[in-house]
Design a protein around this ligand. Sequence first.
Ligand SMILES: [Mg+2]
Length: 180
Amino acid sequence: MAAWSDRFMPDEYVASVFDVDLDRLRRDGRKLLLCDLDNTLVPWNDPDVPSRLQHWLAAAHARGFTVCILSNNRGPRVQAFSAKSGVPYIAPARKPRSAAFRQAMARFGAQPAETVMIGDQLFTDIQGGKRCGLYTVLVLPLHPREWWGTRLLRAAERWLLRRLVKRGLQTPQATGGNPT
Ligand SMILES: [Mg+2]
């Protein structure tokens, strides 16, 4: 039976972006990867592009994926990361609102069924992606350091996660997936 919490239920829950099965997503017809930035690709407000992440981006591009950052962080921080990494972005994206998701799909010519949202937050990344009919992947946050607004939401999120686990969500083991 459907439950209110279903709108937060990710299709997958993995330890980090490095655990995402890119080949399988490609076989399933996905071609656009929308990625949250803070605590998904890099620790919060970290300006560096770790070499492991560069390799991951190259692996995604080699498989024919377009990668785009969808961040609720301020434009200049995201722009700086985008300039360093070469990954296009939309910010501030105001997730979970649909506008930025739709804007990204229009920009890269992808349908919802061809698009994946990868992020570390249920209320923004997963809820927003699901609203637009995307395939959603939840990752463990990279680092405990966060924006104060995010920290407030985390308590509610922990409660929601326990509920989702009761409804069958498998919690991944942390694999030391720090992108350094
Ligand atoms: Mg995040």
